[in-house]
Design a protein around this ligand. Structure first.
Ligand code: FCB
Length: 442
């Protein structure tokens, strides 16, 4: 049997990622709480409720788990609606609580990465039009300044906005997220305001903390023409990818955002990233189809023989990780994989998904691409937005009624990778034997 070690660079960040609304519990002052109260919005009418009860203190036991399994970093988000419960009010107790959590991380040898906006918004902000209203930029800037001042002692790695492209399209095109609109113009208005908000946050962070590293986490979805010989498939795949993957990123490069039919100038966004966070999950095939007018004539679907996650939500496509990193390279900044994972209650696919995705990361590193870290989604099962509790992304399983955690086999696999700073052939043979031959051909 091959003996091989796929090493990662010294100082590589190995962690997991979470988001406030998904893990804290008792968040009752944001748009997702309001959304959960509306019938038909969340699968089976489920609610975040106590979530993983981090606000009640269970972050301690979960950070213990992370540290004991050799993770050296964790990406969490802070909740705007807690820190600023009303436009004219800051909650110092909430900030104290976050300081305690971050100190708890550092005490355990875990480097924090803090996301300032991860899908959830204060209700008061949404009442003023949320991210459709240009006034959001000033509001976000104030909130970011307050938060960064308060947490600067513990954090230097900041993520301004998580997946602006998913926030804008899910909330304003498909309507799966609040506010549930179906309006392409609103989608681009939101995306442009998010780029402005990001730029304001970036500048604010650097004013307060010159040594900070700030960036965003973009959801990269690989899109491939279904029939390579058919030009229209290629055309719609490129157009969808340009709007979904590239639109938010362009102004960060050159100050101009492409929209459906035109462009918007956002000069203040130029050069506002110290790193790029990439969230990669899966890859689509795209074929031109007149029936999909509302999706710009692109029918997106998974490769028919691809292995699917528990509820069929994701296709296992590790090569798409390499494509995502190759795409990220054009922005000429260090790259961090800020999310990657799979929903898989039975832990059948996760071990394979972990090693095969990381194998692609390792390949990219061998081309000297500047990849600095990997955050697995997620540490423990948590509230999965409009899909509620039906999807299980955790390394640890959660019984949300009793709050009991149970280790899935992938925990030990990931622990070995983090501890060795490498994928060893032994670990693959032990935890993901079916991909051994593919990863280590004789
Ligand atoms: C990403 C989100 C994250 C989680 C994963 C599964 O799009 O950023 O909060 O829901 O998907």
């Amino acid at each position: 049997m091959a003996q091989a070690t796929l090493n990662f660079p010294r100082g590589f960040l190995w962690g997991t990622a979470t988001a406030s609304h998904q893990v804290e519990g008792n968040n009752t002052n944001n748009n997702w709480y309001a959304w959960e109260q509306e019938p038909g919005r969340i699968r089976h009418g489920q609610k975040a409720g106590l979530a993983c009860d981090w606000w009640g203190g269970r972050w301690r036991e979960d950070f213990d788990r992370a540290a004991e399994t050799h993770q050296n970093a964790h990406r969490l988000s802070v909740e705007w609606s807690r820190i600023q419960p009303a436009p004219d009010r800051w909650d110092e107790h909430a900030l104290d609580r976050y300081r305690e959590m971050l100190r708890g991380m550092l005490d355990r040898g875990i480097t924090p990465m803090v996301t300032l906006h991860h899908f959830s918004d204060p209700i008061w902000l949404m009442e003023q039009g949320g991210w459709e209203n240009p006034a959001v930029v000033t509001h976000f800037d104030r909130y970011v300044r307050k938060t960064v001042e308060a947490l600067r002692e513990y954090v230097t790695l900041w993520c301004t906005i998580n997946e602006p492209n998913v926030y804008a399209t899910s909330g304003y095109t498909s309507g799966d997220f609040p506010p549930g609109k179906h309006d392409i113009n609103s989608t681009f208005r939101v995306l442009a305001n998010m780029a402005r908000g990001h730029a304001a946050a970036y500048h604010a962070i650097h004013e307060i903390q010159p040594q900070a590293r700030a960036g965003t986490a973009i959801h990269y979805r690989s899109m491939k023409a279904a029939k390579s010989w058919f030009p229209l498939d290629g055309m719609v795949a490129r157009q969808l990818s340009r709007l979904f993957n590239d639109a938010f990123m362009r102004p960060l490069m050159n100050g101009v955002m492409p929209t459906l039919l035109g462009r918007v100038r956002i000069p203040e966004a130029k050069g506002t990233q110290d790193y790029l966070g990439v969230n990669y999950y899966t890859r689509d095939l795209v074929s031109f189809n007149l029936l999909y007018a509302n999706q710009l004539f692109g029918h997106r679907y998974y490769r028919p023989d691809a292995e699917l996650s528990g509820t069929g939500f994701l296709a296992h496509e590790p090569e798409g990780m390499f494509e995502a990193l190759k795409w990220a390279l054009q922005f000429n900044v260090p790259i961090i994989i800020t999310e990657n994972g799979v929903e898989d209650a039975e832990d059948h696919l996760r071990p394979k998904s972990l090693v095969e995705n990381l194998h692609q990361v390792w390949r990219a590193i061998n081309f000297n691409w500047p990849i600095k870290g990997y955050f697995h989604w997620s540490l423990v099962d948590n509230f999965e937005w409009e899909r509620g509790w039906t999807q299980r992304f955790g390394l640890w399983e959660l019984d949300e009624a009793t709050q009991a955690r149970k280790k899935r086999p992938s925990v030990d696999l990931y622990a070995e990778i983090c501890r060795n700073n490498a994928i060893t052939s032994e670990a693959v043979a032990k935890y993901a034997p079916t991909v051994f031959g593919k990863m280590f051909p004789n």
